[in-house]
Design a protein around this ligand. Structure first.
Ligand SMILES: [Cu+2]
Length: 407
């Protein structure tokens, strides 16, 4: 309970402040009224007070945190992104049941090994949907919904022609139903219609991967956008039968967004802002689930080659993926691994619900920033670092590196 109070402290203070201000304003009006002997004057003052209260207090005075959209008219095929007040109540009632995850970000090195098989196989995959509490930024707490407790969900790696038997478990501590739609699936709902699971339940779907590529998977429980922005996405990579060229490092990065009623940087537990999501105005934009989600995990050496599987969980933004100080040797646009790759690319698009695969060699040591080159998004968190160590190569780059004089 004390923990919950600290999470919601700013809202409590705001509400208390407003209550006190309103109480004393009313007292002031009451005392003023006593000096008016004319009934008309008293009525007029009360009307003015009430009118001013309605005009200014209601739209501007209520903290955004409690101005939860209790009803919202939307026109999607299923329910809109309003979380019923009962669910909000449930969130607080069950607050202590949620696992606290120390670091919600999946390490970008968590990439399954390349496939060496030359025959098709049946691959068994198990995923667990779980709702947890973790930090978006220091002191900024979010009730994330995840696949396997991290964001993005685990990268799945199979081979073109494989049969996948996927079992989805919904953790017993979850408050919501979840399912999985994999863009690599040929079939209704990408598997979602066969995998809807209530808390504590499991469901299995079997599918054959007909197309190679790097595909997004995500929860498709209505409201789908709501489930995705809470963190329910990942990548399934289907290698072409002939496999992928060998590289020294493979990384797994996914861009995402979160919409918070409190605005950027506000401490404590965040409440989801359905209006902001419908407007496409994310509060936070990030790689791997949170601010600085890639941390110092991406390390490589001069002379090595890198492949990045980059997905976009959205829900609204198209990413203009760029690595500052590098040029992609090859880009597989929209993660089409069978088309002839683009060569020598600066910035590539990653559509919402899509992916890209980029490859490049490392020639010069230094820190290379991964960004969404819609650069105002840097300030909302959309950046990470690839650190390259090794011998300088003055023929390619010769200059004094002054810390703080770059991006
Ligand atoms: Cu879900």
């Amino acid at each position: 309970m004390m923990q919950l109070l600290t999470y919601t402290w700013t809202y409590v203070v705001q509400m208390a402040g407003l209550f006190v201000a309103f109480l004393f304003a009313a007292l002031f009006v009451y005392l003023a009224l006593r000096h008016f002997h004319s009934r008309m004057m008293r009525v007029a003052l009360v009307v003015v007070f009430l009118a001013v209260s309605i005009v200014f207090y209601v739209p501007n005075g209520l903290p955004r945190g409690i101005e939860y959209p209790l009803s919202l008219t939307t026109y999607g095929p299923a329910e809109g992104p309003v979380i019923p007040i009962g669910n909000v109540w449930n969130l607080f009632k069950n607050f202590d049941r949620f696992e606290r995850v120390e670091d919600i970000a999946r390490d970008p090195n968590e990439v399954p090994a390349p496939i060496t098989r030359t025959e098709s196989a049946t691959v068994y995959i198990e995923l667990t949907t779980k709702e947890v509490i973790a930090e978006m930024a220091p002191g900024v707490l979010v009730n994330y919904w995840t696949f396997d407790g991290k964001i993005p969900g685990p990268m799945i790696r199979v081979r073109e022609g494989d049969t996948v038997v996927l079992t989805l478990h919904n953790d017993v501590t979850s408050l919501h139903h979840h399912n999985i739609d994999l863009h690599a699936v040929t079939g209704p709902g990408g598997g979602a219609v066969s995998t809807m699971v209530a808390p504590g339940e499991s469901a299995t779907v079997t599918f054959k991967v007909l197309h190679p590529g790097a595909f997004v998977y995500h929860c498709a429980t209505p409201n789908v956008a709501n489930h995705m922005t809470h963190g329910m996405y990942g990548l399934i990579v289907v290698e072409p039968k002939e496999g992928l060229a060998k590289v020294d490092h493979e990384y797994y990065v996914m861009q995402g967004e979160y919409y918070a009623t409190g605005g950027m940087g506000r401490k404590g537990l965040q409440l989801f802002d359905a209006d902001a999501m419908l407007d496409g105005r994310p509060t936070y934009i990030f790689f791997n689930g949170k601010m600085n989600g890639l941390a110092e995990h991406m390390q490589a050496k001069v002379g090595e080659s890198v492949r990045m599987f980059v997905g976009n969980g959205g829900v609204s933004l198209v990413s203009s993926f760029h690595v500052i100080g590098e040029i992609f040797d090859r880009v597989y646009p929209e993660a089409s691994l069978t088309s002839v790759p683009f060569t020598d690319v600066q910035t590539t698009l990653v559509p919402a619900g899509g992916a890209t695969v980029v490859e490049f060699g490392l020639e010069v040591p230094g820190k290379y920033l991964l960004v969404d080159h819609a650069l105002s998004r840097l300030d909302r968190g959309a950046w990470g670092v690839l650190t390259v160590t090794g011998a300088e190569n003055k023929e390619i780059y010769d200059g004094v590196i002054v810390p703080g004089h770059g991006h």
